[in-house]
Write a protein that binds this ligand. Structure first.
Ligand SMILES: CC(C)(COP(=O)(O)OP(=O)(O)OC[C@H]1O[C@@H](n2cnc3c(N)ncnc32)[C@H](O)[C@@H]1OP(=O)(O)O)[C@@H](O)C(=O)NCCC(=O)NCCS
Length: 176
């Protein structure tokens, strides 16, 4: 093995070891299945959504039916894209949104993402984001964007995943 090859081999080996150590803390991640959301998953996703977003900082009070309708709307979008995490036949997290055409290439608008409260901070969200991002790259998407609460745990998560604030854009809203 030549010097460079050996160096590359050692680097790759180190990475693999680090991944194993990280996953050893949460062995269930090895059993978790990641796949696109199917229509039959939407009811369970809606239940998870209602439960997760009833907690702080969101404190949202969703009816199951409204949550289902919201997720079904995104599911039915022509360029819908999603990932659901399933552990032992149970949905423990998901992300859903849709691809938009833009003059600089296609973007993905991530509309909803959540992980079951007892499974948060175990790496599930990161795995969902990794698979989502890889699938979107394969579809020619070059940007993901989203709205979230400023200075929140969610924004810390997205920063860790490589997202950053856009200093040129603000969100504006008007109550009618
Ligand atoms: C935000 C959310 C999807 C992240 O998924 P997750 O599985 O908890 O995230 P991970 O375990 O992969 O976390 C990765 C990183 O995010 C950050 N993070 C996630 N949750 C955090 C928390 N509660 N406190 C501090 N940092 C947190 C950390 O930097 C973490 O890295 P570390 O484990 O090396 O410290 C999930 O916590 C969630 O569903 N939260 C409630 C709903 C929500 O806020 N959804 C997003 C709305 S836009």
């Amino acid at each position: 093995m030549r010097g460079n090859d050996l160096e590359r081999f050692l680097n790759v080996s180190n990475l693999v070891v680090l991944n194993c150590v990280a996953d050893k803390r949460h062995p269930f991640l090895f059993q978790m299945k990641l796949q696109p959301i199917e229509h039959q998953h939407l009811k369970e996703c809606a239940n998870l959504f209602v439960s997760v977003f009833s907690n702080p900082p969101w404190n949202e009070n969703w009816e199951i039916e409204s949550a289902f309708n919201r997720l079904e709307d995104f599911y039915n979008m022509p360029w819908s894209h999603s990932v659901v995490a399933i552990l032992e036949e149970r949905i423990i997290g998901f992300a859903i949104g849709y691809i938009e055409r833009w003059h600089q290439g296609n973007s993905f608008y991530l509309k909803e993402m959540c992980v079951e409260s007892t499974k948060q901070q175990s790496g599930v969200g990161t795995k969902i984001m990794d698979v989502l991002s890889q699938n979107l790259v394969d579809k020619g998407v070059n940007k993901i964007y989203l709205l979230t609460a400023r200075d929140s745990l969610a924004s810390a998560f997205y920063s860790k995943c490589g997202f950053c604030n856009n200093s040129k854009i603000i969100m504006m809203s008007k109550t009618l």
